[in-house]
Design a protein around this ligand. Structure first.
Ligand code: PXP
Length: 241
């Protein structure tokens, strides 16, 4: 069965809006885990706009599941990952001015550089995932780096509005999934997935994890974390293995 990993960044966004101590991401972590999440995801951004170092330390100490640390491929973040030792590191591109991660990592032409960057993480027993667009060249380059996992970017599909664009973007994601699987990579999906658009993947075999944040935290504001995570799990549990 595909698994659900819950990104709790936006609990920190709300907390930081008042520069205070509530709501705490660690509470969301505990509630997501109690509701059945397979893992917890946080993105420690260079500008610390939501998750801060303290959150990562606390979550690492207290998680009963798996921690996936999203981060840019910088020296600072590599040192933090080696210290914290999340189960997985997901490398993402980062631009200071962006509202959220806007696209996949540029891997083509950087295969050796990224491999060298990931080697110490692998040596420390950390699995790596590269967040890539469903572009065959990027998926092939990701496989060439030796990463164990790719997370295919579903944001363009999620943002598409006209039926034709939705179809076209979905087609790219499905082709990307197939290619990555054929290349022997484990495949995660993430970005912009919600309680409706995720159904497009119901019959797609071999997805390992769904990485979902914004839609779950948004729903949790109204119905609570337990039900928001539970509702998503109820959907994913009907999906093909
Ligand atoms: N995957 C990656 C690599 C991301 O950067 C994000 C956003 O932080 C997500 C998944 C989750 O996206 P969303 O919050 O839209 O569910």
């Amino acid at each position: 069965m595909p698994q659900l990993c819950v990104n709790i960044d936006h609990v920190a966004t709300l907390r930081n809006a008042r520069a205070g101590v509530e709501p705490e991401p660690i509470t969301a972590m505990a509630m997501a885990e109690l509701a059945g999440a397979f893992g917890i995801i946080v993105h420690l951004r260079e500008d610390r706009r939501h998750i801060v170092d303290r959150d990562v330390v606390m979550i690492r100490d207290c998680t009963n599941t798996r921690l996936n640390l999203e981060m840019a491929a910088t020296e600072e973040m590599q040192a933090i990952a080696l210290d914290i030792k999340p189960e997985t590191v997901c490398l993402v591109p980062e631009k200071r001015a962006e509202l959220t991660t806007e696209g996949g990592l540029a891997v083509t032409g950087r295969e050796e550089e990224l491999k060298a960057y990931m080697q110490p993480l692998w040596d420390a027993g950390i699995e790596t995932s590269l967040f890539v667009d469903a572009d065959p060249a990027q998926v092939e380059a990701a496989a060439a780096t030796g990463t164990q996992i790719v997370e295919i970017h579903t944001g363009h599909y999620a943002d598409a509005r006209s039926l034709d664009t939705v179809k076209a973007e979905l087609g790219k994601v499905l082709a990307g999934i197939k290619l990555a699987q054929d290349l022997g990579l484990k495949v995660n999906l993430g970005h912009g997935l919600n309680y409706t658009n995720i159904f497009a993947f119901k019959d797609v075999p071999g997805i390992m994890e769904y990485s979902i944040g914004h839609s779950i935290i948004s729903r949790a504001i109204f119905v609570g974390m337990d039900r928001a995570v539970g509702d998503m799990l109820d959907i994913i549990r009907t999906f093909k293995d």
